[in-house]
Ligand binder design. Structure first.
Ligand code: COA
Length: 209
């Protein structure tokens, strides 16, 4: 791959939101809680991880595979107690200006409380406007209702569905894979068209579950 546009040094990213912050992770962020996350089939399926890390050393090795240049892993932290509660991982093609994002809220107590909605706009603004990337992509198993609902709600386009594409780690069946994208222009247009929802998302209610 032509690396002309790839950052020469690992990126150190920090993005603040009202209740949370995102920052690039290091191997020192490996902790036992990761083992619980990777024990959940929906997370393994979401990341398409057949062999999820099963020890602290493997978690550290997993984090260490992210070079923070073309493979960037950000942690989502609770500002009140610095708890790492989820992950936003991206694979960046700097030459094409494209990035594939994978995300999960690992700590179940934080799910469905607006975490993903709170980080969505600052995260996209950073990757589109600060890092100057052009297109964000994502994939979702057709069975993953929460992530599909989230993508639909926040302006993504479903470009293609690959039939019977991925073997589910849950029950071994073949599942359709949806391919989504959102361009920088589409994101800016979506923000302009949805000011109230955007303000509510940015405010970040962190509602009680
Ligand atoms: C899917 C996930 C990333 C959403 O993050 P979250 O912080 O829990 O989501 P939010 O509370 O910010 O909600 C954002 C939107 O996601 C969708 N959503 C979240 N949880 C949902 C659920 N259980 N069922 C249906 N839709 C859901 C909704 O559209 C929601 O908007 P709404 O609250 O206005 O209806 C997170 O719950 C998660 O990681 N779940 C389990 C693992 C997984 O499936 N990860 C995805 C693949 S790796």
């Amino acid at each position: 791959m032509d690396e002309a546009n790839t950052p020469a040094q690992p990126l150190a990213i920090r993005i603040d939101t009202p209740n949370l912050y995102l920052r690039t992770l290091t191997v020192n962020d490996a902790s036992p809680q990761w083992l619980g996350w990777f024990g959940q089939t929906d997370i393994r399926d979401g990341l398409n991880l057949a062999d999820a890390p099963a020890s602290l050393a493997e978690v550290a090795a997993y984090i260490g595979k992210y070079d923070q240049r073309s493979n960037i892993i950000l942690g989502i932290f609770d500002r009140t107690n610095d708890l790492l509660l989820g992950i936003l991982a991206t694979q960046v093609d700097w030459d094409k200006g494209r990035y594939l994002a994978n995300t999960f809220v690992g700590e179940t107590a934080y799910r469905n409380r607006g975490v993903m909605l709170e980080v969505a706009a600052p995260f996209r603004d950073y990757f589109f406007d600060t890092l100057n990337l052009k297109v964000m992509t994502a994939t979702a198993l057709a069975t993953n209702e929460p992530i599909i609902s989230y993508l639909r709600k926040t302006g993504w386009t479903l470009n293609r569905t690959l039939k019977n594409h991925t073997r589910s780690h849950k029950d071994g069946t073949m599942v359709d894979l949806h391919l989504y994208s959102i361009t920088r222009e589409a994101w800016h247009a979506w923000k302009a068209a949805n000011p109230e929802l955007l303000a509510a998302m940015r405010q970040g209610a962190m509602r009680e579950s």
